[in-house]
Design a protein around this ligand. Structure first.
Ligand SMILES: C[S@@+](CC[C@H](N)C(=O)[O-])C[C@H]1O[C@@H](n2cnc3c(N)ncnc32)[C@H](O)[C@@H]1O
Length: 328
Protein backbone atom coordinates (compact mmCIF):
# COMPACT_ATOMS: atom_id res chain seq x y z
CA UNK A 1 0.00 0.00 0.00
CA UNK A 2 1.13 3.57 -0.71
CA UNK A 3 2.91 4.90 2.39
CA UNK A 4 1.06 8.23 2.29
CA UNK A 5 -2.31 6.44 2.42
CA UNK A 6 -1.08 3.92 5.02
CA UNK A 7 0.03 6.73 7.37
CA UNK A 8 -2.78 9.14 6.40
CA UNK A 9 -3.23 10.51 9.95
CA UNK A 10 0.27 12.00 10.35
CA UNK A 11 0.06 14.94 7.94
CA UNK A 12 -0.67 18.58 8.69
CA UNK A 13 -1.23 21.55 6.41
CA UNK A 14 1.98 23.59 5.93
CA UNK A 15 -0.17 26.73 5.81
CA UNK A 16 -2.45 26.48 8.89
CA UNK A 17 -1.28 23.23 10.58
CA UNK A 18 -4.79 21.76 10.27
CA UNK A 19 -5.26 18.05 9.49
CA UNK A 20 -4.30 17.15 5.92
CA UNK A 21 -6.07 14.30 4.19
CA UNK A 22 -4.51 12.35 1.35
CA UNK A 23 -6.74 11.15 -1.49
CA UNK A 24 -6.60 9.77 -5.02
CA UNK A 25 -4.10 7.49 -6.77
CA UNK A 26 -1.65 10.37 -7.19
CA UNK A 27 -1.62 11.49 -3.56
CA UNK A 28 -3.34 14.85 -3.80
CA UNK A 29 -3.93 16.43 -0.38
CA UNK A 30 -6.51 18.75 1.15
CA UNK A 31 -6.59 20.58 4.49
CA UNK A 32 -9.83 20.03 6.35
CA UNK A 33 -9.33 23.26 8.35
CA UNK A 34 -8.47 25.89 5.71
CA UNK A 35 -9.63 23.86 2.67
CA UNK A 36 -6.38 24.48 0.82
CA UNK A 37 -5.91 21.83 -1.89
CA UNK A 38 -2.39 20.75 -2.81
CA UNK A 39 -1.74 19.21 -6.21
CA UNK A 40 0.75 16.47 -6.97
CA UNK A 41 3.12 15.87 -9.85
CA UNK A 42 4.46 12.42 -10.78
CA UNK A 43 2.64 11.24 -7.62
CA UNK A 44 4.76 13.64 -5.51
CA UNK A 45 2.54 15.80 -3.25
CA UNK A 46 3.48 19.45 -3.76
CA UNK A 47 3.44 20.64 -0.16
CA UNK A 48 6.13 23.32 -0.33
CA UNK A 49 5.15 26.46 1.55
CA UNK A 50 7.49 29.46 1.96
CA UNK A 51 8.63 30.60 5.39
CA UNK A 52 8.00 34.27 6.18
CA UNK A 53 11.11 35.79 7.75
CA UNK A 54 10.87 38.61 10.23
CA UNK A 55 12.86 41.85 9.89
CA UNK A 56 14.80 42.18 6.67
CA UNK A 57 13.30 38.89 5.46
CA UNK A 58 16.59 37.84 3.92
CA UNK A 59 15.62 34.36 2.79
CA UNK A 60 17.86 32.17 0.69
CA UNK A 61 15.27 29.45 0.00
CA UNK A 62 14.33 30.78 -3.45
CA UNK A 63 17.95 31.05 -4.59
CA UNK A 64 18.78 27.57 -3.22
CA UNK A 65 15.62 26.06 -4.71
CA UNK A 66 16.32 27.36 -8.21
CA UNK A 67 19.99 26.34 -7.93
CA UNK A 68 19.09 22.71 -7.11
CA UNK A 69 16.24 22.64 -9.69
CA UNK A 70 19.01 23.22 -12.27
CA UNK A 71 21.54 20.85 -10.69
CA UNK A 72 19.74 18.14 -8.70
CA UNK A 73 22.16 16.68 -6.14
CA UNK A 74 23.75 14.13 -5.97
CA UNK A 75 21.99 12.69 -9.07
CA UNK A 76 22.09 9.11 -10.34
CA UNK A 77 24.52 7.39 -12.70
CA UNK A 78 22.86 6.39 -16.02
CA UNK A 79 23.10 2.70 -15.26
CA UNK A 80 22.11 2.84 -11.59
CA UNK A 81 19.80 0.05 -10.44
CA UNK A 82 18.62 -1.06 -7.02
CA UNK A 83 21.52 -3.54 -7.03
CA UNK A 84 24.20 -0.90 -7.81
CA UNK A 85 22.65 1.59 -5.36
CA UNK A 86 22.76 -1.05 -2.62
CA UNK A 87 26.38 -1.92 -3.44
CA UNK A 88 27.47 1.73 -3.43
CA UNK A 89 25.58 2.50 -0.23
CA UNK A 90 27.17 -0.47 1.50
CA UNK A 91 30.65 0.77 0.59
CA UNK A 92 29.86 4.04 2.40
CA UNK A 93 29.98 2.83 6.00
CA UNK A 94 27.41 5.32 7.29
CA UNK A 95 24.55 4.17 5.01
CA UNK A 96 25.30 0.50 5.69
CA UNK A 97 25.35 0.98 9.48
CA UNK A 98 22.13 2.96 9.31
CA UNK A 99 20.41 0.26 7.28
CA UNK A 100 21.58 -2.43 9.69
CA UNK A 101 20.73 -0.56 12.87
CA UNK A 102 17.43 1.21 12.27
CA UNK A 103 14.97 -0.91 14.29
CA UNK A 104 12.19 -2.83 12.55
CA UNK A 105 8.98 -0.81 12.13
CA UNK A 106 10.71 2.60 12.37
CA UNK A 107 9.28 5.78 10.96
CA UNK A 108 12.11 7.66 9.22
CA UNK A 109 12.16 11.18 7.76
CA UNK A 110 14.88 12.52 5.51
CA UNK A 111 14.64 16.32 5.41
CA UNK A 112 16.44 17.60 2.29
CA UNK A 113 16.86 14.23 0.57
CA UNK A 114 18.10 15.69 -2.74
CA UNK A 115 17.71 12.99 -5.41
CA UNK A 116 16.91 10.49 -2.67
CA UNK A 117 19.72 7.89 -2.84
CA UNK A 118 19.83 7.34 0.91
CA UNK A 119 16.03 7.23 1.27
CA UNK A 120 15.64 4.84 -1.66
CA UNK A 121 18.37 2.62 -0.21
CA UNK A 122 16.76 2.61 3.27
CA UNK A 123 13.33 2.08 1.68
CA UNK A 124 14.51 -1.21 0.16
CA UNK A 125 14.36 -2.86 3.57
CA UNK A 126 11.01 -4.31 4.54
CA UNK A 127 9.27 -3.13 7.71
CA UNK A 128 10.13 0.56 7.83
CA UNK A 129 8.52 3.70 6.42
CA UNK A 130 10.81 6.33 4.93
CA UNK A 131 9.53 9.80 4.01
CA UNK A 132 11.93 11.61 1.67
CA UNK A 133 11.37 15.37 1.46
CA UNK A 134 13.02 18.29 -0.29
CA UNK A 135 12.12 21.70 -1.71
CA UNK A 136 13.51 20.81 -5.13
CA UNK A 137 10.95 19.12 -7.38
CA UNK A 138 13.43 18.03 -10.07
CA UNK A 139 15.50 16.17 -7.45
CA UNK A 140 12.37 14.52 -6.03
CA UNK A 141 11.30 13.47 -9.53
CA UNK A 142 14.61 11.65 -10.04
CA UNK A 143 14.18 9.88 -6.71
CA UNK A 144 10.57 8.98 -7.48
CA UNK A 145 11.50 7.71 -10.97
CA UNK A 146 14.18 5.48 -9.43
CA UNK A 147 11.75 4.24 -6.77
CA UNK A 148 9.11 3.34 -9.39
CA UNK A 149 11.59 1.73 -11.80
CA UNK A 150 13.01 -0.43 -9.03
CA UNK A 151 9.71 -1.03 -7.22
CA UNK A 152 10.97 0.29 -3.88
CA UNK A 153 7.95 0.01 -1.62
CA UNK A 154 8.90 1.58 1.70
CA UNK A 155 9.71 5.13 0.63
CA UNK A 156 7.49 8.11 -0.28
CA UNK A 157 8.71 11.37 -1.84
CA UNK A 158 7.11 14.72 -0.88
CA UNK A 159 7.96 18.33 -1.65
CA UNK A 160 8.35 20.13 1.67
CA UNK A 161 10.15 23.12 3.15
CA UNK A 162 11.77 21.96 6.41
CA UNK A 163 10.76 25.30 7.97
CA UNK A 164 7.10 24.44 7.23
CA UNK A 165 6.87 20.71 8.00
CA UNK A 166 3.79 18.75 6.92
CA UNK A 167 4.03 16.15 9.71
CA UNK A 168 2.59 16.18 13.21
CA UNK A 169 5.15 16.64 15.99
CA UNK A 170 6.77 13.58 17.64
CA UNK A 171 6.01 11.17 14.78
CA UNK A 172 9.46 9.95 13.77
CA UNK A 173 11.88 7.46 15.32
CA UNK A 174 14.64 8.97 13.21
CA UNK A 175 15.07 12.26 11.36
CA UNK A 176 18.05 12.57 9.00
CA UNK A 177 19.19 15.93 7.64
CA UNK A 178 22.48 15.64 5.79
CA UNK A 179 24.09 18.59 4.05
CA UNK A 180 20.97 20.75 4.15
CA UNK A 181 20.81 23.16 7.10
CA UNK A 182 23.98 24.99 6.02
CA UNK A 183 22.11 25.98 2.83
CA UNK A 184 19.33 27.70 4.77
CA UNK A 185 18.91 31.23 6.13
CA UNK A 186 18.83 30.06 9.76
CA UNK A 187 20.33 26.59 10.43
CA UNK A 188 19.44 26.56 14.14
CA UNK A 189 15.82 27.48 13.42
CA UNK A 190 15.79 24.73 10.79
CA UNK A 191 17.21 22.27 13.32
CA UNK A 192 14.52 23.24 15.85
CA UNK A 193 11.81 22.81 13.24
CA UNK A 194 12.81 19.23 12.32
CA UNK A 195 13.76 18.28 15.89
CA UNK A 196 10.09 18.72 16.92
CA UNK A 197 9.17 15.89 14.56
CA UNK A 198 11.30 13.37 16.52
CA UNK A 199 9.45 11.32 19.14
CA UNK A 200 10.77 10.96 22.73
CA UNK A 201 13.63 8.46 22.68
CA UNK A 202 13.99 8.93 18.91
CA UNK A 203 17.10 10.17 17.11
CA UNK A 204 18.22 13.04 14.92
CA UNK A 205 21.19 12.90 12.53
CA UNK A 206 22.58 16.17 11.16
CA UNK A 207 25.45 16.54 8.69
CA UNK A 208 27.01 19.98 8.26
CA UNK A 209 30.04 21.72 6.80
CA UNK A 210 32.69 22.13 9.44
CA UNK A 211 34.30 25.53 10.01
CA UNK A 212 37.80 23.95 9.99
CA UNK A 213 37.19 21.09 7.60
CA UNK A 214 35.85 23.42 4.93
CA UNK A 215 39.10 25.44 4.66
CA UNK A 216 40.59 23.30 1.80
CA UNK A 217 37.32 23.68 -0.17
CA UNK A 218 37.40 27.46 0.36
CA UNK A 219 40.97 27.60 -0.94
CA UNK A 220 40.04 25.54 -4.01
CA UNK A 221 36.97 27.74 -4.64
CA UNK A 222 39.26 30.77 -4.61
CA UNK A 223 41.68 29.12 -7.07
CA UNK A 224 38.84 28.03 -9.39
CA UNK A 225 37.25 31.45 -9.47
CA UNK A 226 40.55 33.15 -10.37
CA UNK A 227 41.65 30.57 -12.91
CA UNK A 228 38.43 30.30 -14.92
CA UNK A 229 37.59 26.94 -13.30
CA UNK A 230 40.93 25.35 -14.16
CA UNK A 231 42.93 23.00 -11.87
CA UNK A 232 39.86 20.88 -11.10
CA UNK A 233 42.19 17.98 -10.29
CA UNK A 234 42.77 19.71 -6.93
CA UNK A 235 39.45 18.27 -5.75
CA UNK A 236 39.80 14.56 -4.82
CA UNK A 237 36.25 13.73 -6.01
CA UNK A 238 36.85 15.33 -9.43
CA UNK A 239 39.96 13.15 -9.91
CA UNK A 240 38.05 9.91 -9.35
CA UNK A 241 37.79 7.74 -12.47
CA UNK A 242 34.66 5.73 -11.65
CA UNK A 243 32.32 8.74 -11.38
CA UNK A 244 30.38 9.98 -14.44
CA UNK A 245 30.84 13.50 -15.85
CA UNK A 246 27.26 14.36 -14.81
CA UNK A 247 27.93 13.47 -11.20
CA UNK A 248 31.29 15.28 -11.24
CA UNK A 249 29.63 18.42 -12.57
CA UNK A 250 26.90 18.14 -9.94
CA UNK A 251 29.57 17.90 -7.22
CA UNK A 252 31.50 20.86 -8.68
CA UNK A 253 28.39 23.06 -8.77
CA UNK A 254 27.28 21.99 -5.27
CA UNK A 255 30.68 22.57 -3.68
CA UNK A 256 32.02 25.59 -5.53
CA UNK A 257 29.11 27.50 -7.09
CA UNK A 258 26.46 27.20 -4.40
CA UNK A 259 24.56 30.47 -3.78
CA UNK A 260 24.62 30.03 0.01
CA UNK A 261 26.47 28.01 2.64
CA UNK A 262 27.39 28.42 6.30
CA UNK A 263 29.94 26.56 8.44
CA UNK A 264 29.57 25.06 11.89
CA UNK A 265 31.47 23.47 14.77
CA UNK A 266 30.95 20.43 16.98
CA UNK A 267 30.50 22.71 20.03
CA UNK A 268 27.81 24.70 18.22
CA UNK A 269 25.75 21.60 17.36
CA UNK A 270 26.11 20.31 20.95
CA UNK A 271 24.62 23.63 22.01
CA UNK A 272 21.71 23.11 19.56
CA UNK A 273 21.17 19.65 21.11
CA UNK A 274 21.18 21.08 24.66
CA UNK A 275 18.73 23.85 23.77
CA UNK A 276 16.34 21.49 21.98
CA UNK A 277 16.22 18.61 24.51
CA UNK A 278 18.63 16.17 22.81
CA UNK A 279 21.56 14.30 24.30
CA UNK A 280 24.68 13.67 22.25
CA UNK A 281 25.06 10.06 21.09
CA UNK A 282 27.71 9.78 18.39
CA UNK A 283 29.57 11.62 15.63
CA UNK A 284 31.52 11.15 12.41
CA UNK A 285 34.49 11.38 12.66
CA UNK A 286 34.84 9.29 15.85
CA UNK A 287 32.01 6.97 14.98
CA UNK A 288 31.86 3.75 16.93
CA UNK A 289 30.12 1.07 14.90
CA UNK A 290 27.02 1.19 17.16
CA UNK A 291 25.41 4.32 15.72
CA UNK A 292 22.74 4.74 18.40
CA UNK A 293 24.79 3.81 21.49
CA UNK A 294 25.82 6.81 23.59
CA UNK A 295 29.48 7.87 23.61
CA UNK A 296 31.16 10.66 25.59
CA UNK A 297 30.57 14.13 24.16
CA UNK A 298 34.22 15.11 24.74
CA UNK A 299 35.72 18.45 25.74
CA UNK A 300 36.88 21.37 23.61
CA UNK A 301 40.29 19.74 23.05
CA UNK A 302 38.70 16.51 21.74
CA UNK A 303 36.56 18.62 19.42
CA UNK A 304 39.63 20.50 18.21
CA UNK A 305 41.38 17.22 17.34
CA UNK A 306 38.31 15.85 15.55
CA UNK A 307 37.93 19.02 13.51
CA UNK A 308 41.63 18.94 12.69
CA UNK A 309 41.07 15.37 11.45
CA UNK A 310 38.40 16.65 9.02
CA UNK A 311 40.78 19.42 7.92
CA UNK A 312 43.71 17.08 7.15
CA UNK A 313 41.47 14.82 5.07
CA UNK A 314 41.74 17.81 2.67
CA UNK A 315 38.01 18.17 2.45
CA UNK A 316 37.59 14.80 0.72
CA UNK A 317 33.96 14.80 1.78
CA UNK A 318 33.64 18.57 1.50
CA UNK A 319 34.74 19.12 5.12
CA UNK A 320 31.64 17.42 6.41
CA UNK A 321 30.80 16.16 9.93
CA UNK A 322 27.80 14.30 11.27
CA UNK A 323 26.29 14.44 14.75
CA UNK A 324 23.69 12.07 16.21
CA UNK A 325 21.42 13.07 19.10
CA UNK A 326 18.69 11.32 21.10
CA UNK A 327 15.53 13.12 22.23
CA UNK A 328 15.23 13.06 26.00
C1 LIG B 1 23.70 19.30 -0.81
S1 LIG B 1 22.08 18.74 -1.08
C2 LIG B 1 22.06 17.32 -0.01
C3 LIG B 1 21.16 16.23 -0.52
C4 LIG B 1 21.20 14.93 0.30
N1 LIG B 1 20.81 15.14 1.68
C5 LIG B 1 22.57 14.31 0.24
O1 LIG B 1 23.24 14.24 1.28
O2 LIG B 1 22.98 13.87 -0.84
C6 LIG B 1 21.11 19.92 -0.19
C7 LIG B 1 19.61 19.70 -0.37
O3 LIG B 1 18.91 20.49 0.60
C8 LIG B 1 17.70 20.92 0.02
N2 LIG B 1 17.18 22.05 0.81
C9 LIG B 1 17.72 23.28 0.97
N3 LIG B 1 16.93 24.06 1.74
C10 LIG B 1 15.87 23.30 2.08
C11 LIG B 1 14.68 23.54 2.86
N4 LIG B 1 14.43 24.73 3.42
N5 LIG B 1 13.81 22.51 3.02
C12 LIG B 1 14.03 21.31 2.44
N6 LIG B 1 15.12 21.03 1.68
C13 LIG B 1 16.02 22.01 1.50
C14 LIG B 1 18.13 21.29 -1.39
O4 LIG B 1 17.04 21.40 -2.27
C15 LIG B 1 19.09 20.15 -1.73
O5 LIG B 1 18.45 19.09 -2.38
Amino acid sequence: MNLMIKHGGIFICPLCEGPLSVYGDRCQTRCSKCNQVFASENSIPLLFWPQKWEGSGADVTDAIKSFYEKTPFPNYEDLDSSYSLREKAKKGIFARLLDEQIPYGSMVLEAGCGTGQLSNFLGMTYGRSVFATDICLNSLKLGQEFKEKNKIENVAFLQMNLFKPVFKQGIFDLVICNGVLHHTANPFLGFQSISRLVKKGGYIIVGLYNAWGRIPTDIRRFIFSFSGNNFKFLDPRLRTKDVSETRKNTWFQDQYKNPHESKHTIGEVLNWFDKSGFEFVNSIPKLTSRLFEPTARGNWLDHLFLQFEILVSFGKEGGFFIMIGKKK
